[in-house]
Design a protein around this ligand. Structure first.
Ligand code: NAP
Length: 266
């Protein structure tokens, strides 16, 4: 097999996809805007698309993050991929964004239409949101802020997302489908605060706030105001229970159970 191009290779999922493939002897080409990866790749610089794609057989596609409309970037990238004979693209989407919806949903439609072989991963919220900078973003004086109320989310391990991506990229038969990925159990933010407290050994409580209060908190933490509003509104979407479902996709694709919150190193 020729190389698999991994976009977002320095990020939460891309770094794990690259590690998963390497561990199985698959040749990997990592991409980043920064030095240290195999190729320089920047969605904002179209001249970086063709060299990154040259000679690869498959791509892990992380669309530009935080861009309201990624289509003007992803469309020419996929055209170049097809021109260069790339057969397969596995795109990271989101369980909250169905095919055809604005943003990642529009990318989903593009990938399905453009590629001879494809898969779109639609994970629920990541367990890794409770580590490092992602946790710090929601934390204030020993409390985790959310506007999710008592709703539950089947948080999923980024390592499990990467394992499904690895299979979708390399299985002899292309998956040609979307995969909705969850962890094995749905947890409330109260549950998560208790688990994180135990793990980090410092008390952390969940505080329910309104969407407007959460948006103001995110903005105070330095997020641009419009992005802070969009991010906070996602919490509100959870209140309907949409992320409480548990799917068997990780087990079906990888042959093993998804990892539970308490099993994942934070
Ligand atoms: N967190 C969640 O709960 C959740 C749930 C479902 C879906 N998602 C989706 O997951 C995606 C984020 O994935 P992730 O967590 O794996 O990524 P991440 O950790 O946020 O990292 C972002 C990656 O994108 C790269 N990047 C940023 N700007 C770039 C540019 N202009 N050109 C090329 N690369 C660029 C960065 O690489 P360099 O800086 O090295 O270039 C980095 O590797 C988002 O689309 C989000 O909607 C997240």
């Amino acid at each position: 097999m020729s190389e698999v191009l991994v976009l977002g290779a320095t990020g939460t999922t891309g770094s794990r996809v690259a590690a998963f493939l390497r561990a199985r002897g698959v040749p990997v080409r990592t991409a980043s805007r920064r030095p240290g990866a195999h190729v320089r790749f920047d969605w904002a610089r179209r001249a970086t698309y063709a060299p990154a794609l040259n000679g690869v057989s498959a791509v892990y596609l992380l669309a530009p993050v935080g861009v309201p409309d990624p289509v003007p970037f992803v469309e020419p990238f996929l055209e170049e991929a097809v021109r260069q004979g790339v057969r397969r693209v596995v795109q990271l989407g989101s369980s909250a964004v169905p095919e055809g919806a604005a943003g990642l949903g529009a990318v989903h439609s593009l990938v399905r239409a453009a590629m001879p072989e494809w898969a779109v991963l639609r994970p629920s919220w990541f367990i890794q949101n409770f580590t490092g900078a992602s946790l710090a973003l929601r934390e204030l004086d020993g409390e985790i802020l959310s506007a999710t109320g008592r709703s539950r989310v089947a948080f999923v391990d980024a390592g499990d997302i990467a394992a499904v991506a690895g299979h979708a990229l390399t299985d002899a038969r292309s998956h040609d489908t979307e995969h909705v990925l969850t962890g094995p159990e749905a947890l409330s933010y109260d549950d998560v605060a208790a688990l994180v407290t135990r793990r980090h050994g410092r008390p952390l409580r969940h505080r329910s706030v309104t969407v407007a209060e959460l948006a103001a908190h995110f903005a105070a933490r330095g997020l641009p105001a419009d992005y802070a509003t969009v991010l906070a509104a996602l919490d509100d979407d959870l209140r309907g229970g949409s992320e409480g479902r548990v799917t068997d996709t990780v087990e079906r694709v990888t042959g093993r159970s998804p990892r539970a919150f308490r099993e994942v190193p934070l």
